[in-house]
Design a protein around this ligand. Structure first.
Ligand code: KG4
Ligand code: ZN
Length: 363
């Protein structure tokens, strides 16, 4: 299965055989967006056009296969930037028609979870993060534990999901009601003058800060939102990060008003702790109260070192088995698209044909 990803700034092509990862090649246009402080859709689309063929060739080369060896093609059809999605979808349709191979349209968010079902590393696989897949992927031939949850934390989404079947039964237990966690990282990084993308910058700087120097609010944790097990409140498993972002802005303003240096590292650490604390506590609560025994962590923010650490600690205390994909498979890539496409084939799902359109706001 050849998987194609182009929903944002990463052009990704990955190749998977069953649940075995053969190659994962990613080209990013992030360098071109940095000076604008965010991804510029038009630039991203043009970059996909430039990068697609070389990325495809590299992925085939690393998997030691040719296009003739490919049995089927999968492509992200949404959600994402419309123009960016269009490039990947058109490329995938062209390949499908030219090679007469079936094409599968893939939901990018479910693919962030599906990547956890890869189980191994074949000869010839290279690239950062692919080596330790065995240690951290769900594996077991792609068979899902019966009570699987997924904590999906990316630039556009923060959700806790229950997955009864990766191909047709994914239920959302809770989600953010405003900003996504990654979006909060990016906005706070901008406030602190750390540049874009903010997640990795805050992650790094927070290591030098004192988490206890400031305490920022944890959104939607008051009793009126939480309720009890018997009578759940309206947002028991939901998150909100816009109040936290405002609290960070006020804090910076106060230091500036007093003419003091802004303690950027302390603020980064305290902000990160507030985000990670509330994400992990609510995710673990949702798992415990819904009989979920295995939790898969996915999405770009799953690359965050503190999130990985605290989720590990809290899952372990709660008796939940945590599965964390390697870093390279957390951020956007083609292998995750191929991994989910492969699950669809194994489940006997019919191909999508070539008349579907990309859907930038696919739920
Ligand atoms: O999943 P992803 O690559 O793209 C989307 O589908 O949204 O996630 C991108 C997000 C960005 O907001 C970025 O700041 C965040 O993931 N991110 C991180 C880290 N690495 C990436 N956030 C916190 N810590 C990190 N180490
Ligand atoms: Zn993503």
């Amino acid at each position: 299965m050849l998987g194609i990803e182009s929903s944002c700034d990463e052009t990704g092509v990955g190749i998977v055989r069953g649940t075995t990862l053969l190659s994962n090649t990613v080209s990013s246009s992030m360098d071109e967006h940095v000076r604008f402080g965010g991804v510029i859709p038009e630039i991203a689309s043009r970059a996909h056009l430039d990068a697609f063929v070389p990325t495809l060739q590299q992925a085939l080369h690393e998997a030691r296969v040719t296009l003739e060896d490919i049995d089927a093609i999968a492509v992200t059809s949404g959600p994402g930037l419309a123009g960016a999605l269009m490039v990947g979808v058109c490329a995938a349709k062209a390949l499908s028609v030219a090679t007469d191979k079936p094409l599968y349209a893939i939901n990018h968010l479910v693919a962030h979870v599906g990547v956890g079902l890869l189980d191994g590393r074949a000869e010839g696989t290279s690239g950062p993060g692919t080596a330790d897949l065995n240690a951290s992927g769900l594996g077991a031939g792609g068979r899902l534990p019966e009570d699987l949850g997924a904590l999906l934390v990316s630039g556009g989404h923060t959700e806790i999901l229950r997955i009864r079947s990766i191909t047709d039964d994914v239920e959302m237990l809770g989600s953010t009601i405003d900003d996504a966690a990654g979006e909060a990282y990016d906005k706070v990084a901008r406030l602190l003058g750390l540049g874009y993308p903010g997640g990795p910058a805050i992650d790094k700087l927070a290591k030098q800060g004192n988490v206890k120097a400031i305490r920022f609010p944890r959104g939607l944790t008051q009793p009126k939102y939480m309720g009890s097990v018997e009578q759940p409140g309206p947002h028991r498993y939901d998150w909100s990060f816009s109040g936290l972002k405002t609290a960070v802005a006020r804090c910076v303003e106060q230091f500036e008003a007093r003419g003091e240096d802004v303690p950027v590292a302390d603020i980064a650490a305290a902000f990160q702790e507030a985000v990670v604390d509330v994400i992990t506590s609510k995710a673990v609560l949702a798992c415990k109260e819904n009989g979920i025994t295995d939790l898969l962590l996915g999405g770009g923010v799953a690359a965050n070192s503190r999130l990985r650490e605290l989720t590990g600690q809290r899952c372990s205390s709660a008796g939940i088995t945590l599965h964390v994909p390697p870093l390279a498979l957390c951020t956007d890539n083609g292998a995750m698209v191929a991994a989910l496409g492969s699950q669809l084939i194994m489940a006997g799902v019919e191909p999508s044909g070539i008349s579907f359109a990309p859907d930038s706001s696919l739920p």
